[in-house]
Ligand binder design. Structure first.
Ligand code: TMP
Length: 212
């Protein structure tokens, strides 16, 4: 079972991914919790390049290929081996991030991006995707204060520094993608408390894994 979490900055997806990992491990599943960008050795290098404020000169095409390189290596080295070994894989971001951020945010052709994603993942697709939806104003507030607290504002702050407009387009993109993929993408209200959000995550995963 391959589960992904998606959403704009500050939506709380990392917290939900960790809660789900803990829950499934307690149920006896072998769980791999991973992330994009940065889930492989190459990915760690790419994450640094992609999120640093020093990379504001990246062209959108170069940015796209770096995300796809990160994804291809991540699938090859981490996700597919863990799935083949019978485990559950949880990824904090995956294919829909490229469609929402590069497609809707950077205004690139979503159909072309879908095809590039399929080259990168070579058939490995999520069974279930949670979209944590919230207003970009609230999400950015949360993300900026987290970055300040962790002192990562300049090493990981490139997207938080984008104009509000960009984040509004990304959110709209996610919602459009979810309406086209209703069988895979579950939309959750990320403005609820983490406990309430997780209750819905757990219900859906229990159902998918046949846990009762
Ligand atoms: P995060 O993992 O801390 O949320 O940061 C990752 C950032 O990278 C986030 O702003 C979204 C962006 N991103 C893309 O633009 N395209 C992608 O394909 C992925 C995986 C992430």
């Amino acid at each position: 079972m391959f589960i992904t979490f998606e959403g704009i900055e500050g939506c709380g997806k990392s917290t939900q991914a960790e809660l789900l990992r803990d829950y499934l491990q307690a149920m006896g599943y072998s769980v791999t919790l991973t992330l994009e960008p940065g889930g492989s050795r190459l990915g760690t290098e790419l994450r640094r390049l992609l999120l640093s404020l020093e990379s504001t000169d990246l062209s959108r095409e170069a940015e796209l290929f770096l995300y796809l390189a990160d994804r291809a290596q991540h699938v090859h080295q981490v996700i597919r081996p863990a799935l083949e070994a019978g485990g559950v894989v949880i990824s904090d971001r995956f294919i829909h991030s490229t469609l929402a951020y590069q497609g809707y945010g950077r205004d690139m052709d979503v159909d072309v991006l879908q095809r590039m994603n399929s080259v990168a993942v070579d058939g490995t697709l999520p069974d279930l995707t949670f979209l944590l939806d919230m207003s970009p104003q609230a999400g950015l507030r949360r993300a900026l204060s987290r970055n300040m607290e962790k002192s990562i504002a300049s090493s990981e702050g490139r997207f938080e520094a984008e104009a509000l407009d960009f984040h509004i387009r990304v959110r709209k993109g996610y919602l459009e993608l979810a309406s086209k993929e209703q069988e895979r993408i579950v939309i959750l209200d990320a403005q609820e408390s983490p406990e309430t959000v997780f209750k819905s995550v757990r219900e859906k995963v229990d159902q998918a894994l046949g846990i009762n």
